[in-house]
Design a protein around this ligand. Structure first.
Ligand code: HEC
Length: 105
């Protein structure tokens, strides 16, 4: 029982340190590739296009720029509401943004 409780307490710590490699799995689990795969769904930018767009941030993503990207992904804009984006947790959105900025390795 003690071990079980310790595992429960430590699990969030392990998740916080979730490496970028897991972001790809997260994207797959969240169905991102259904729209952003190759070829992407109509009118949807492919991850390849988004990675090219986000490449300007690579190696110099400060907290403010990162938060702006996270917010745009997570909450959309006036004209875009994607359920798959909105149901992400803040942490998931952040992990996925970092992953895309790093070229979606
Ligand atoms: C139902 C289709 C659909 C799914 C599923 C989907 N997206 Fe999107 N995504 C879109 C569309 C449409 C846009 C362009 C409009 C916009 O930016 O909201 C977009 C735009 C984006 C952008 C660019 C935002 C920007 O900076 O302009 C990112 C990043 C993104 N999606 C990531 C994801 C991730 C990560 C997932 C999985 C959690 C995901 N999407 C799942 C349809 C989808």
């Amino acid at each position: 029982m003690r071990q079980f409780l310790a595992a429960l307490l430590l699990a969030p710590l392990a998740c916080a340190a979730q490496p970028l490699a897991d972001a790809r799995q997260l994207a797959a689990d969240q169905g991102c590739y259904n729209c952003h795969g190759e070829p992407p769904r109509r009118y949807v930018p492919s991850f390849r296009e988004i990675v090219a767009r986000y490449a300007t941030y690579r190696g110099r993503l400060d907290g403010k720029a990162e938060q702006a990207l996270v917010d745009r992904l997570h909450h959309g804009s006036l004209f875009s509401h994607v359920a798959a984006h909105e149901r992400l947790t803040e942490e998931q959105a952040r992990a996925l943004v970092r992953w895309l900025v790093e070229g979606a390795p």
